[in-house]
Design a protein around this ligand. Sequence first.
Ligand code: IMP
Length: 205
Amino acid sequence: MEWLNSGEGFSGIAGCQSTPKISFVTTNVGKFKEISALMRERGVQLEHLRTPYPEIQAESLEITIIPGLQWLLEKYEKPLMIDDSGLFVESLKGFPGVYSSYVFKTVGCDGILNLMRGISDRRARFECCIGFIAPGKDPFIAKGVSKGTIALARAGTSGFGYDPIFIPEGSDKTYAQIEVNEKNKTSHRGRAVEVFLRELPRLLR
Ligand code: IMP
């Protein structure tokens, strides 16, 4: 296993002199940007492994994530993390939810806006599950949720995916209208990373 020296500026993980380099497996550059910024602040460096892996279709993100982690561990035999996320719209009974990726690729943000035309209940939430596995260890899942509403029209150009149509609670801007550091403070992904970092010393022991 490859171990990172703490080096200067390591603020990191209580009880760990050094932190193993974790490979974040994702083809989504936006996810990597958000998570690596948060983890870097805490002294944990990530390697970006831009490779696809099998994602089963299941009724929850938590169920989807485990076979992916196991498949990757068998192939790479090192500490790995993945992120499975989705947008759940209340008035659409949670759709696109676990189908978020397919829906984004096919009809995108405009498809969701069309489905929501004339609907006044615009409540929605993002869910993010971060899965982690290391050789000889059980898989671990950290979950974060951010509540908000679906905008009436797209706004903003930063971020990725459904960011231009999601307004987080307490804001009047979409995620695509704010900087990544701002989004990370209250986002589903930011919250999942917090849980993950809290557990990481135990997971690495
Ligand atoms: P998956 O986790 O890659 O399956 O992502 C599901 C879909 O939700 C993809 O189309 C992503 O672009 C989108 N998505 C995931 N997280 C976010 C986010 O933080 N903001 C906007 N869209 C997201």
